[in-house]
Ligand binder design. Structure first.
Ligand code: GLC
Length: 521
């Protein structure tokens, strides 16, 4: 395979592009992105310079939670295409040096999954119900007071009186991971996709799959029992060549987080600490230090993530008065200075790409898209909206279909009407417009990813003393990254050649909210 992906440990320094398939490119004009659209745009991703793509769930799904309600783990949602097309995608991506990572959702299925339907039909006490968490209620109410992560109770009652657990929407019943049949099933699902050539698996909600239902308090995060499960998964992935497991592990406790990355468990996990950090020098430096202190001793590479399909777009987030991210406090609609946010997002990109480890780019991040905050209420699709009693608008604002070309919606994304409306203001942010502009966000990402391939990725860093307001470090290749997070411009080093800057320099000075890559003399 071409590119730097030919090494067995390709994942240690990879740039991984997250494809939210529903909104990437629509090949058949129905307004929803699909495999045909993605395949036609693979050259774009090759030009961008990414090593792998991670696709959000592409399985048959009623889409109660954007595909995270999986009805069949071994097939493709017809709106997206067919299994044969998925296999072609994997092959065509490989031909371009791009690996494919799929999303596996082990915590819950769709309520339309055959096992859940069987469980409903089989009734209380049946083996079919043992694959999920069915329980009698207490009095008229649910078995306990656990709340769903999307709001409302975590239990729903079925007509025969029993209740089932769902940490997310009622359409997403939780699997019972104490049941060996569930464990076997997922090992087989892994083999199914590895046999079809996928290079890795992103594990959804990886830390919450084991529960203690006898606890009065919610007790599902990070139970020790998860580790034996991921050790089994690792034995499967190790039986193939260079396949990886990536955990979605949101845990504030870094010691606990590190346990998932032991040599016989997951290969990497998303760095949500970095993603959540405020745009402040001490906060970012602490996050980087903490990340390295967590990963280096166990030999696991760090990951650097600025955004994904669950959080506000960086351009919007970094332009707000509060720049940190908090899942509980989403700050929807908090005013944002997008020009400031864009300048910071450009600098943040150069920071993330310069750090040792792998980096994620969520589709549209490379175009500097903002969070869309005015989606008409009747079009909001995210279950958070309903579940919160219309108080949380949720995550649709970062899932709006990409603008590819032209001057008005649907911007080359589709020949039909996009499933979520695109802002007219995105005419300047299309791929076409940005390709023609050397100063665009897209041009910055392309250049940065190209340089990163040669000079960055896996390895170590050395902090450079540059004062409190500046994040400054040198990588093994001699590349120095400086990010000025202070209000005043700072002097650049006297020697070395400038490889790339996130914004215009001020003579010999690095302006506020600007990052630069310099090759040491
Ligand atoms: C993960 C996904 C999110 C989904 C949830 C439930 O957090 O990233 O989009 O809603 O799991 O599957």
């Amino acid at each position: 395979m071409p590119g730097n992906t030919s090494t067995p440990e390709w994942w240690r320094g990879a740039a991984i592009y997250q494809v939210y398939l529903r909104s990437f490119a629509d090949g058949n004009g129905d307004g929803t992105g699909d495999l045909a659209g993605l395949r036609s745009r693979l050259p774009y991703l090759a030009d961008l310079g990414v090593d792998a793509i991670w696709l959000n769930p592409w399985y048959p799904s009623p889409m109660a939670d954007g595909g995270y309600d999986v009805a069949d783990y071994r097939s493709i949602e017809p709106v997206f295409g067919t299994l044969a097309e998925a296999e072609k995608l994997i092959e065509e991506a490989h031909d371009l040096g791009i690996r494919t990572i799929v999303d596996v959702v082990p915590n819950h299925a769709s309520d339309q999954h055959a096992w859940f339907q069987e469980a409903l039909a089989a009734g209380p006490g049946s083996e079919a119900r043992e694959r999920f968490w069915f329980r009698p209620g207490v009095g008229d109410g649910p078995p306990n007071g656990w709340k769903s992560i999307f709001g409302g109770p975590a239990w729903t009652q079925v007509p025969d009186g029993e209740w089932y657990l769902h940490l997310f929407a009622p359409e997403q019943p939780d699997f019972n991971w104490t049941n060996p049949l569930v464990r076997e099933e997922f090992l087989d699902v892994l083999r199914f996709w590895f046999d079809r050539g996928v290079d890795g698996v992103r594990i959804d909600s990886a830390a919450v799959i084991v529960k203690d239902l006898d606890s009065v308090e919610e007790s599902y995060t990070d139970h020790d029992g998860v580790h034996e499960i991921y050790r089994e998964w690792r034995r499967v992935s190790d039986s193939y060549d260079a396949r990886i497991l990536i955990g979605e592990v949101w845990l504030p406790d870094q010691e606990r987080f590190a346990k998932y990355l032991r040599p016989d468990e997951l290969h990497t996990a998303f760095n949500f600490d970095f993603l959540s950090s405020a745009w402040e020098p001490a906060a970012l430096r602490d996050s980087i230090d903490l990340t390295l202190a967590t990963h280096v001793p166990i030999g696991a590479p760090a990951t650097w993530v600025l955004s994904n399909h669950d959080v506000a777009r960086p351009v919007t987030r970094y332009g707000r008065a509060v720049t940190s991210w908090d899942n509980q406090e989403r700050r929807d609609g908090m005013p944002s200075d997008l020009e400031l946010g864009r300048r910071r997002a450009r600098a943040a990109a150069l920071l993330a790409m310069a750090l040792p480890g792998s980096v994620y780019v969520y589709q549209g991040e490379e175009l500097g898209l903002n969070e869309v905050e005015d989606i008409p209420e009747e079009l909001i699709d995210d279950p958070m909206w309903e579940r919160s009693g219309h108080t949380v608008r949720g995550r649709d604002g970062c899932r709006v279909p990409l603008p590819w070309s032209g001057t008005e919606p649907p911007f080359g994304y589709s020949t039909g009407e996009p499933w979520l409306p695109q802002p007219a203001g995105w005419r300047d942010l299309t791929v076409e417009a940005q390709e023609a502009d050397a100063g665009s966000m897209l041009s910055l990402y392309r250049t940065a990813l190209r340089l990163r391939r040669e000079l960055l990725g896996d390895g170590t860093l050395t902090w450079l003393p540059y004062g409190d307001e500046v994040i400054a470090f040198r990588r093994d290749s001699g590349l120095v990254c400086l990010v000025n997070l202070g209000a005043e411009p700072v002097a650049l080093p006297e020697t070395g050649s400038v490889l790339l800057a996130s914004g215009p320099l001020d003579g010999g000075l690095l302006p506020s909210d600007t990052a630069i890559w310099i090759m040491e003399a």
